[in-house]
Each structure stands twice: as structure tokens, then as C-alpha cells.
Design a binder for this molecule. Structure first.
Ligand SMILES: Nc1ncnc2c1ncn2[C@@H]1O[C@H](COP(=O)(O)OP(=O)(O)OP(=O)(O)O)[C@@H](O)[C@H]1O
Ligand SMILES: O=P(O)(O)OC[C@H]1O[C@H](OP(=O)(O)OP(=O)(O)O)[C@H](O)[C@@H]1O
Length: 215
């Protein structure tokens, strides 16, 4: 039976390329063909196939055992909190943080400890809700899939929760970071049942990624 490795499209995919090569996995040439509509690819290892999915879906494919292994941001893991997913390795890529941001002009002027409910726009409703709940604040979540930075200026919500790396997206949209919820990086993730039922194969891949990180 083959092993399926789930990779997210986008920036992590590019950053993960050299690491995959050092771990001994070279995808078939069609993998880099932008015109290809294929989603599942063979690799230099006959027992391993790659699938390319949206970053949020990597965790779901692995949690349900459709993929045995994956590479996924800790922002996604934190949001879903799937008990079936085990994250044995920090890959040191996709480094950023998940933060609260507000309009620059009136940031910090609302004393959040004195309000009981706020509206928040985010792609991360569970993470955002948990963060404010710990401070005793109830949230009305406005769930977006991207471009959260537009929400305050258009009156959708004064507060957003989003990823920040350089801070340039916030700055370009008149926002400032007011609280850091967590530091984020990408992890190697495995399905816990697969690790139990195929410990030699899955364990060997965890070891291969560990060695690739050290190389
Ligand atoms: N600015 C950033 N700097 C570093 N890592 C980031 C940054 N933005 C996102 N990431 C990491 O990369 C992952 C995927 O982000 P990316 O922006 O490539 O996906 P996306 O295109 O927004 O997602 P989708 O697959 O839903 O279209 C995130 O889950 C996070 O872990
Ligand atoms: O602090 P910065 O360096 O500006 O990075 C932060 C931005 O990066 C991510 O977006 P991305 O570029 O992935 O675009 P997307 O949300 O449209 O996928 C994130 O959602 C922020 O908007």
C-alpha cells in the first residue's frame, strides 16, 4: 500500500521543496507544470505519492487518514485541533505569528477588559474565539477566507485576527498589531492510526525528515 503525503499549495510548498529533496522525495516532472490539472503525483519513491491541496485541507486529509503524512502550518493545526493528528517535527519553515490587529488611529483605545462582546473578522474563528474567551470576552465571529485586513476600513469589524510576518500587509491597510496569539511554523504531521498500524514505514519517514532538517 502506498503512502500519501499531503502538501499545501502556496508558499509552504515552495519552502518545502528543498527539504523534500533532502528527505529523498523528488516529485514527477508534471508536478511543476502550472498547466497540469493533476492533483496527485508520483515521486522518485514508488511507495510514496504527493497530493497538493489547500493549506487548511492538509490537516483534514491527514486527520481522516486519506493521507498518512502532511506538511501543515501550526495555525491550521491550532484551528482544527484534530486529536487524530500527531505533529512530531517542527520544520522551521512558514514562520510567522497569528495576531490581533486594529485600526492604527484608535488602536488600544477600547479597554478590552471592560467590554463583554466584540465582533472579530478572521479565517481562524476557533483560535480567535478561544483567545478572547480566555480574557472573558465573547466574540461575534465574521468568518472570511482572506483579505481580513479590509474588514475594519469597511465597517465589517474593528478587530481582526490574522497571520503577520513582516507586518507590511497590516501597515498597507492602516492597521497595527495589538496582541500576539501564537508563534507559527510548519510541522510534519502524521495520522496517529497510520503510525500505529504502519510504524516502520511512517517512522522511517519521520526519521528521513529529521535527517533532512539536520543536513
Ligand atoms: N506571511 C506569511 N509568512 C510566513 N508563513 C505564512 C504567511 N502566511 C501564511 N503562512 C503559512 O503558510 C500557510 C499557507 O499560507 P498561504 O498564504 O500559502 O495559503 P493560502 O493561499 O492563504 O491558503 P489557501 O490554501 O486557503 O488558499 C499558512 O497556513 C501559514 O502556516
Ligand atoms: O506580515 P506580512 O509579511 O505582510 O504577511 C502577512 C500576510 O500574509 C498572509 O497572506 P498571503 O500573502 O498568504 O495572502 P492570502 O491571505 O491572500 O493567501 C496573511 O494572510 C497576511 O495577509
Amino acid at each position: 500500500m502506498s503512502i500519501v503525503l499531503a502538501l499545501p499549495k502556496g508558499r509552504i510548498l515552495k519552502e518545502a521543496g528543498p527539504l523534500l529533496a533532502r528527505a529523498g522525495l523528488v516529485p514527477e516532472p508534471e508536478y511543476t507544470d502550472e498547466n497540469s490539472r493533476k492533483l496527485r503525483f508520483h515521486t522518485s519513491r514508488p511507495d510514496v505519492d504527493l497530493i497538493r491541496v489547500r493549506s487548511f485541507d492538509v490537516a483534514t486529509f491527514v486527520a481522516f487518514g486519506a493521507a498518512e503524512i502532511g506538511i501543515c502550518g501550526s495555525d491550521v493545526l491550532m484551528e482544527f485541533d484534530y486529536p487524530e493528528v500527531y505533529a512530531p517535527l517542527d520544520l522551521g519553515i512558514g514562520e510567522c505569528r497569528i495576531s490581533v490587529a486594529e485600526p492604527k488611529d484608535d488602536a488600544g483605545q477600547t479597554d478590552l477588559s471592560r467590554v463583554s462582546a466584540i465582533r472579530v473578522a478572521s479565517k481562524y474563528p476557533n483560535t480567535a474565539r478561544r483567545h478572547f474567551a480566555r480574557r472573558g470576552i465573547q466574540t461575534e465571529m465574521v468568518e472570511l477566507s482572506g483579505a481580513m485586513e479590509l474588514a475594519p476600513g469597511l465597517g465589517l469589524s474593528r478587530i481582526i485576527v490574522d497571520l503577520v510576518q513582516t507586518g507590511s500587509t497590516l501597515k498597507a491597510n492602516g492597521l497595527v498589531e495589538t496582541d500576539v496569539i501564537a508563534q507559527i511554523s510548519s510541522k510534519l504531521i502524521v495520522n496517529r492510526v497510520a503510525l500505529k498500524t504502519r510504524p516502520d514505514e511512517i517512522g522511517a519517514w519521520i526519521e528521513a525528515f529529521q535527517k533532512a532538517l539536520a543536513a
